[in-house]
Design a protein around this ligand. Structure first.
Ligand SMILES: Nc1ncnc2c1ncn2[C@@H]1O[C@H](COP(=O)(O)OP(=O)(O)OP(=O)(O)O)[C@@H](O)[C@H]1O
Length: 322
């Protein structure tokens, strides 16, 4: 792990996320609580998301999977207070650190975003300013959110670029978006999202555009942040292997509804709903089997190791041959 990760990871050492919880521990308050949330398109009067609920405590990770258009992104955007125009939360409750988000002023939202709740979506270019060097954009987040000097903020921005496995981070710091590939931009965006050390990171198809090796490195970084600094994750992905690696709990959405939910292990090993079964079967048919094989190492990192680090939760016994 890099210096930056060391800094980030050490930040909350000693908190509940840094050690295994014990039965005698007081209950941990969710950092993000989503209760029966409904999202409606005001333009058509159609309810698109029909009641999604989950609680996220520090160091935990919830995965959301499901068909295209099932409302995964709208659910995430609702939690970030950035629903597209003419969409509204028409029911339920969302709390961030115990505060009902419907009571937040624009100024409070500005303070919360990045510092408490952060997000990475697909299409990184649309979230970065093409006329400002990418490193300076990250340094600005660090400077504003953490009150660091320009010099220290620059140093941290370079560390962040290194932490997301960009080669030659000093060089990348000074580049513009048009000089970088899609995969590099996605990593810049991830660096910006974790720059202010948020408590919750919403990763909506955040690693989908990356090649498998880089994806594995980023998933590893997120897993480490989660484990050691208590970062809580919401992971939206079409890739069940990604969810299996990162998430404790998974929600399966279809047509705006949660059709199945539960611990990742049981949902993916023993799906109850036909749709979940279909999803798992589809993954297996294009090669998920390799992630289901018994494993010896949770996080292979050396060159030549499998593309995705495997997750112990997702190691299914090999199918019996007749
Ligand atoms: N900005 C928007 N304007 C109009 N309709 C939208 C907008 N954003 C989402 N929708 C509609 O709301 C529904 C849910 O979209 P959402 O993006 O949440 O789905 P999703 O599950 O994240 O899909 P995907 O996996 O393809 O990203 C879809 O029918 C979509 O067409």
């Amino acid at each position: 792990m890099t210096t930056l990760s060391g800094n980030l990871l050490g930040r909350r050492a000693g908190t509940s996320a840094a050690r295994r919880p014990e039965a005698s521990d007081p209950p941990v308050e969710p950092v993000l609580s989503v209760r029966d949330v409904r999202v409606t398109d005001r333009a058509t009067g159609r309810e698109i998301v029909h009641g999604v609920s989950f609680d996220l405590t520090p160091g935990r990770a919830v995965g959301i999977v499901g068909e295209s258009g099932s409302g995964k992104t709208l659910t995430c955007r609702a939690a970030l207070g950035i629903l597209p125009a003419h969409f509204e939360i028409s029911g339920g409750l969302i709390e961030i650190e115990g505060t009902d988000i419907s009571t937040l002023t624009p100024a409070r939202w500005t303070a919360l975003r990045g510092a408490t709740v952060s997000a990475v979506f697909q299409d990184p270019a649309s979230y970065l300013n093409p006329s400002v060097r990418v490193g300076a954009q990250i340094a600005e987040v660090v400077r504003v959110k953490q009150g660091l000097s320009r010099r220290t903020a620059r140093h941290r921005a370079v560390e962040l670029l290194r932490a997301v496995h960009l080669r030659d981070p000093e060089l990348v710091y000074g580049q513009y978006t048009h000089e970088l590939s899609g995969g590099m931009l996605q990593r810049v965006l991830i660096a910006a999202a974790i720059a202010a050390e948020p408590r919750v990171l919403i990763a909506d198809e955040a690693t989908t555009a990356l090649d498998v090796t880089v994806q594995a490195e980023i998933l590893d970084l997120l897993a480490d942040l989660r484990e050691r600094s208590g970062l809580a994750l919401v992971v939206v992905s079409h890739d069940l292997a990604v969810v299996a690696q990162l998430c404790d709990e998974v929600l399966v959405m279809r047509g705006g509804e949660v059709v199945e939910r539960g611990p990742t292990r049981s949902v993916l090993h023993d799906p109850r709903h036909d749709y979940t079964r279909l999803l798992v079967d589809e993954h297996e048919s294009y090669g998920l089997d390799k992630f289901l094989a018994p494993e010896t190492s949770v996080r292979p990192k050396a060159p030549g190791t499998p593309e995705h680090p495997k997750h112990p939760e997702y190691s299914k016994p090999p199918k019996e041959t007749p």
